[in-house]
Design a binder for this molecule. Sequence first.
Ligand code: SAM
Length: 449
Amino acid sequence: MLAREKLGGDILDMALASYAHGDLVKAGSLFRAVLQHDSANPIANHQLGLMAFAEGDSDSAEKYLHRAAAANPLDADYHNNLGVVLHARENHAGARTAFENAIAQNPDFAQAFNNLGAALAALGEDEPAIRAYRRALQIDPGYIEARDNLDLACAGVAPLWHFPMMADAVRNDAYDQALRRAAPGKRVLDIGAGSGLLAMMAARAGAAAVTTCEAVPAIAAAAREIIERNGFSESIALHAKRSDQLKIGREMWARANVLVTETFSSGLLSEGVLPTIEHAREHLLTPDAVVIPKRAAARGYLIGGATIEAQAYASHAAGFDLSSFNLFASSKFGLHLDRLPHEILSDDFEIFSFDLNESHFPAERKLISVLPRQSGRCVGVAQWLKLDLDAETTYENRPAADAGANGWMHVVYRFPEPIELKAGQEVHLIASHTRTDMTVALAPQSLIV
Ligand SMILES: C[S@@+](CC[C@H](N)C(=O)[O-])C[C@H]1O[C@@H](n2cnc3c(N)ncnc32)[C@H](O)[C@@H]1O
């Protein structure tokens, strides 16, 4: 028996030497020979697992690495490498366990924390994933992969626009003013808590009760901390749920008589504000409830100018014709027009406007005729938002050179190619919305009467 062990040990040394010299074929056959003497040998199983994985044979890699980790459960690397293979095979729950086992053996294993973050993110556990990436960076602040993963995970949970949105003092003041008028003594429902800002405004204004809900659990957790830090835990009930998961008698003891929401995308509708309000009106609000904002509109003007045209269409560059690239151009795109030079070729016009105190918001399609106020080349329609918070306060993000911080972009609905406008000659547009998306285009001749 002793002789067999000695033989196995010698072969293992030779296998490791071959591996170190890059002779993988010889190393592989020697590691396999070791397993003939000692099938549980952790070193040989581990090396064969790594080699199989490198060759794309993840079946064998998983089998060998399982054996290595079982034979020597105190080795963090074995668990970590097993986790990498399981993650690649989309067994994210198994990978998570393997990375947790690695961390249990080595609590300062930055790579295992980063890998654990990736497994948790794949399992949809955003907050724990973010914590795991943060821990990896705490252990190794120069760990670029963990930094990138953390940034990606954070942006996936809370897109970057949240920051300029929270800093938009004009928007915030508009909501605050309307809530100071509407909230005192009322039961307020805030849909889409974000940081909890509007719910705290309602509570500060003297609401009798405030309920808020947030669809993204990690954002809801941050809102809970913010509400507590600002001393409003007692007066605000926060639910980490979509509004259509709230029930009277469960999350809310009575229907609300004020609804406040800021669930407007740059294009107005794609955060689902219309179905959200329809649901709230039917299930969560009193019949006489007031909605803030009372009206939301998408407004626009015809836009042109060399800078915006260059952004909208591929043309010529450095003496070459690049126009075939327009094949990939989108019919709408978002950008901040505030500081982008452009020509305003028409008066402002309404694209769609919604009375948010209505109960139903059917899809619509309509023709809009616009009279250009000057001749010029037009690339499409620039669109922005107008929110009438109540009868007294309006917020509008019409492009303006002196605009401050703002979370919304402007949307340009781009014509297939620039058109030449003549002052006084009408342009006919077709605007349609599906309740959750909107588009504006040149109307086909067949629709123009
Ligand atoms: C534009 S942010 C506004 C946040 C905050 N109310 C404010 O004004 O600063 C909208 C938030 O609402 C959430 N949300 C959107 N629709 C929702 C719904 N139907 N139920 C719950 N949360 C929703 C989003 O996840 C996002 O965090």
